[in-house]
Design a protein around this ligand. Structure first.
Ligand SMILES: [Zn+2]
Length: 275
């Protein structure tokens, strides 16, 4: 009965709540990136966005969740598959032919990166690529956006944990939502404070040289491994509390921080060639 009620409650979740880092996660990644992009990149982004926002002032956090709304608009419906890559949980790593025969998160990041770096592309398409990229680099660091598991009882795929009912500190939820928002909100309620926490406690003294590189597929593989080792390492009864949180929280910190660093590098590179 509990399981039935949990599943029923999932049906009434707003879809946008069920498929991405929440707005908090995306804002954190974007703000960490904004702290690290060059002044020249910031200036160019300001000019690119100004036609739409009416101002040269840049807040990457304010555009970071746009892609989750866009996928529900008629013009954006073909982008709904860009937000995840279903690497099977029992497979060690990403395989393009198997996991990305249709556009997926890995190919979408590559495509939008190329559009943003293409100075001949229209400002409208470069602006769309920018907003998409700021979002998707966040998504690829959410472990459950890179993994899919088949339920042993129903043989159905669990949609990256969306169909895994859990309770998180007594609140009915699902595993994907716990990773999108639950752990973040449990750590620090306001996303700006979460960024401050990362900047003052996570980054200082940390060697980032090994973290800034890697291909998009490498990032997917990293996240996929974390999904296997940590996100899916949940008790069978689905009751998640202090023990689960204590293991998951450092992973969420790391993924948000690293996503921000990598996003900054991508934006600096992509904006470098165009004025
Ligand atoms: Zn998304």
């Amino acid at each position: 009965m509990k399981r039935f009620i949990a599943i029923l409650s999932l049906l009434f979740l707003p879809l946008s709540d069920a498929w991405a880092w929440g707005q908090e996660g995306h804002s954190i990644v974007a703000e960490v990136a904004q702290h690290r992009i060059s002044a020249a990149t910031l200036d160019k982004i300001g000019k690119l966005l100004a036609a739409e926002s009416g101002s040269n002032a840049v807040s990457l956090a304010s555009i970071a969740s746009w892609a989750d709304d866009y996928k529900f608009e008629p013009a954006g419906k073909d982008t709904s598959g860009w937000h995840f890559v279903n690497i099977p949980d029992d497979q060690p790593s990403y395989n393009q032919a198997r996991d990305c025969s249709k556009p997926c998160l890995v190919s979408a990041i590559e495509k939008t990166k190329q559009t943003l770096a293409n100075c001949s592309a229209t400002p409208d398409s470069r602006r769309l690529a920018l907003k998409m990229l700021v979002h998707l680099v966040g998504d690829i660091h959410q472990p459950l956006h890179t993994t899919d598991r088949t339920d042993v009882y129903t043989s159905k795929d669990d949609r990256g944990g969306n169909d895994v009912p859990v309770t998180f500190f007594g609140k009915t939820s699902n595993l994907h939502e716990v990773w999108d928002t639950g752990i973040i909100m449990r750590t620090v309620y306001a996303w700006g404070s979460y960024v401050t926490r990362l900047e003052t406690s996570w980054f200082p003294g940390r060697d980032l040289s090994s973290l800034t590189g890697g291909s998009t597929a490498d990032w997917a593989n990293e996240a996929h491994q974390l999904a296997h080792d940590v996100a899916y390492d949940a008790p069978d009864d689905g009751i998640l509390g202090v023990k689960y949180f204590t293991k998951a929280s450092p992973v969420v910190d790391r993924q948000l921080a690293v996503a921000g660093v990598r996003l900054a590098r991508i934006l600096d590179q992509a904006m470098a060639s165009c004025s």
